[in-house]
Design a protein around this ligand. Structure first.
Ligand code: PLP
Length: 230
């Protein structure tokens, strides 16, 4: 069943790319497995998806140990507390939601200890909702510049969450805005600063996100089904 869902989503990604004149290889499908068991992750991996996202550190660590599969690239997509960085620093593939220099400093420190560079995205609070994390759009440039000072992280792009609305068109201006912020910062270039990724789009609006330039879409429900409440 998960294999069927993967096929259908891939088709929809291809169609959205075609509409937007983009190459489907530019869009990565990130499977968001939160609340689902390791067995479900195994199924998506068998279907060829190796990018897996979780938003709780503990859940991520447990599944990683249960699966012990080196093909998997583990993404952290939730709000990362500074005191939890140490648990993921050795192996995390991409941290999606960095919104402060303080968190980046902690990631930098643990990356140095681990002898690696850690890739991250800056989360932008595009909708201005107080319940959301992320840096306000107008402060993104200043934060990105600040993060570029750290030697052991690489700032690879921006991430955002849209409004929860059944109409995907509501997300379009949000995603277009994120792309504009990125394009405005494209001139900033240094070794650890290459804003190539836009992590945006979920089950309800990933096609709109692709049309607006997403390079990573984060999909849970359309792959695994409805989540039980925690
Ligand atoms: C849960 C989650 C998703 C996936 O949401 P779906 O609507 O189930 O596809 C994407 N991004 C983040 C940050 C999430 O927490």
């Amino acid at each position: 069943m998960i294999a069927d869902s993967v096929g259908k989503i891939r088709e929809r990604i291809d169609l959205a790319c075609r509409r937007a004149g983009r190459d489907p290889s530019e869009v990565r499908l990130l499977a968001v497995s939160k609340t689902f068991p390791a067995e479900s992750v195994r199924e998506v991996v068998s279907s060829g998806i190796c990018d897996i996202g979780e938003n709780y550190v503990q859940e991520l660590r447990v599944k990683r140990e249960q699966l012990a599969d080196d093909r998997i690239r583990w993404h952290f997509i939730g709000h990362l507390q500074t005191n939890k960085v140490k648990y993921v620093a050795d192996w995390v593939h991409l941290i999606h939601a960095v919104d402060s220099a303080r968190l980046a400093a902690e990631i930098d420190k643990h990356a140095a200890r681990a002898g690696r560079k850690i890739d991250l995205l800056v989360e932008v609070n595009s909708t201005g909702e107080e319940s959301k994390y992320g840096v306000p759009p107008g402060e993104t440039e200043a934060l990105v510049k600040e993060l570029a000072r750290f030697d052991n992280i690489r700032v690879c792009g921006l991430m955002t969450m849209s409004l929860f609305d059944p109409d995907p068109e509501v997300s379009r201006p949000v995603y277009r805005g994120l792309r504009q912020i990125r394009d405005n910062l494209a001139g900033l270039r240094q070794e650890n600063l290459k804003l190539k990724h836009l992590s945006m789009g979920m089950t309800g609006d990933f096609e709109v996100a692709i049309e607006e330039g997403a390079t990573i879409v984060r999909i849970g429900t359309a792959l695994f089904g409805k989540r039980q409440r925690r």
